[in-house]
Design a protein. Structure first.
Length: 480
């Protein structure tokens, strides 16, 4: 990129912040403007410190809360932003790393998932798991010739059986995408499974056993941070995930080549052979040389209706409820990470409780709170919605408590703190064919009027995890 270039980044969530951070370092002579319609930066990442008693505080998360140590792009930010002393890690030996649960909708009680061969033999899921895992390598290759994608449910049913697909596949998708596994692309969401089937001559299990670690061509400046993560299963920050977005915001606000326009909505985006025009709601205008869009694809479609496939995927809406109870951790739930709930046998309906899963925050991230609370409170997070059609009643605290009492098989105390967040259309459901559609979109942006001057990234294009969003920001503009 030549000197005196101006890059406009639309969207101030995690992807946008990461984009500006890396672009400002890659192109120190370019001027970069970050445009965010809300006054607050950070998108779905939001942490709140609340008082639960005299000199006692807790962190409540409204969005993502943990990160896997394999997320090189985030380890790089931790190193470059000097966040090492803010890290908290869950060791691989911790209950939160080893113990996970399912709650079968038809039973309404939580059951432990097997974590070893011995526990598998005694598990209530042994018949489904043993049948699926032992038979899969011997199933005939059954991918239809010429098939380029399919749903997660279709893939798992084809290779592991319908019961496995509904019980475990749907629960996994609930936890990551808050979506219906029958509508989510396996190639987009779980590419390793799709590739493993090819590598294993039709067997996903054999393919995973033969899996080879690909060398990442992108360099990550992580310093000594990977060494710190040697024994970690997941990590977060002492003051919550907002530590990361706040650090990015503070860094960018000090850069002479970065301008942040918050509380500013983009009303139009136009391009011709000569210039690009970005217009704001207050009739302000920028004429950047390059643009990065990190906003949801349907929102971009309102600005650029001629681009293909921007409204091809639906998005899930999720209600997140933080509950703090005045009892020590593990009083009413077993030690572990939490539990997910599979798709009901009679499908999704408004008469169902609508709960996708529950996280045992006090167990998985106890060090965020224990210095001040003396382990005298239990914090959990309930996730609802996604493929379930929710009503107002679903998220009423007494209604949720009744469902939790069924799951735990005991009466629960009255929570001392509750927080309810309604995240509308927060997680895109990448439907089958998504990767091919995105390839076509990128081709249009590269060869059309934009001539590569617009890059479209974010959860609706790549993956939806925190690491995916940060990594997209690191890679953006690499061809400029």
């Amino acid at each position: 990129m030549s000197l005196n270039r101006h890059i406009a980044v639309i969207g101030g969530g995690l992807t946008g912040l990461s984009s500006v951070f890396h672009l400002s370092r890659r192109f120190p002579d370019a001027f970069i403007t970050l445009i965010e319609k809300h006054h607050r930066l950070g998108g779905w990442v939001r942490s709140e410190r609340v008082d639960v008693g005299p000199s006692q505080q807790m962190i409540l998360e409204a969005g993502p809360r943990t990160i896997r140590p394999s997320a090189k792009s985030i380890l790089e930010l931790v190193y470059l932003l000097g966040l090492k002393d803010s890290l908290i890690m869950v060791p691989r030996s911790a209950a939160a790393a080893q113990k996970k649960f399912l709650c079968i909708p038809e039973e309404g009680r939580i059951r432990p998932l097997p974590a070893s061969i011995s526990s598998l033999v005694m598990s209530p899921f042994r018949s489904i798991l043993l049948s699926a895992i032992l038979r899969e390598p011997f199933r005939q290759a059954n991918r239809v010739h010429g098939l380029t994608d399919e749903s997660v449910d279709s893939f798992m049913a084809r290779r592991f059986g319908k019961d496995f697909a509904r019980m475990f596949g749907s629960a996994l998708v609930h936890g990551i995408y808050a979506a219906d596994s029958r509508k989510l692309s396996v190639r987009a969401a779980f590419p390793l499974l799709w590739e493993a089937e090819e590598r294993g001559w039709g067997s996903a299990t054999l393919g995973l056993l033969r899996s080879m670690q690909e060398e990442d061509v992108v360099h990550y400046d992580m310093g000594h941070i990977p060494n710190i993560m040697n024994n970690a299963s997941v990590f977060s920050f002492r003051n919550g995930m907002s530590t990361l977005t706040d650090a990015l915001k503070n860094y960018l606000s000090q850069q002479p080549n970065v301008q942040i326009l918050s509380g500013t909505s983009v009303t139009s985006l136009a391009v011709n052979e000569m210039e690009i025009q970005v217009t704001f709601i207050n009739n302000g205008m920028l004429k950047p040389s390059h643009v990065v869009s990190t906003i949801p694809l349907p929102a971009l479609q309102l600005l650029l209706p001629s681009l293909p496939h921007l409204t091809a995927n639906p998005s899930s809406s999720v209600a997140l409820i933080n509950l703090v109870f005045p009892v020590p951790p593990n009083t009413f739930h077993p030690p572990g990470f939490g539990y997910l709930i599979p798709r009901p046998q009679d499908d999704y309906s408004s008469s169902s409780p609508g709960i996708l899963g529950v996280i045992f925050d006090s167990c998985s991230l106890s060090s965020q709170d224990s210095p001040t609370t003396n382990n005298s409170f239990t914090k959990i997070t309930v996730m609802l919605g996604g493929p379930y059609p929710l009503t107002e009643d679903h998220t009423k605290i007494p209604v949720v408590i009744v469902q939790l009492e069924k799951h735990f098989g005991m009466k629960l105390p009255t929570p001392v703190i509750t927080r309810t967040y309604h995240h509308e259309r927060c997680i895109p459901t990448l439907t089958p064919g998504h990767l091919d559609r995105m390839t076509e979109l990128k081709g249009v942006l590269k060869s059309g009027t934009w001539r590569g001057r617009l890059e479209v990234i974010g959860a609706g294009v790549g993956g939806v995890s925190v690491a995916d969003c940060v990594d997209a920001g690191k890679r953006v503009g690499s061809s400029w």
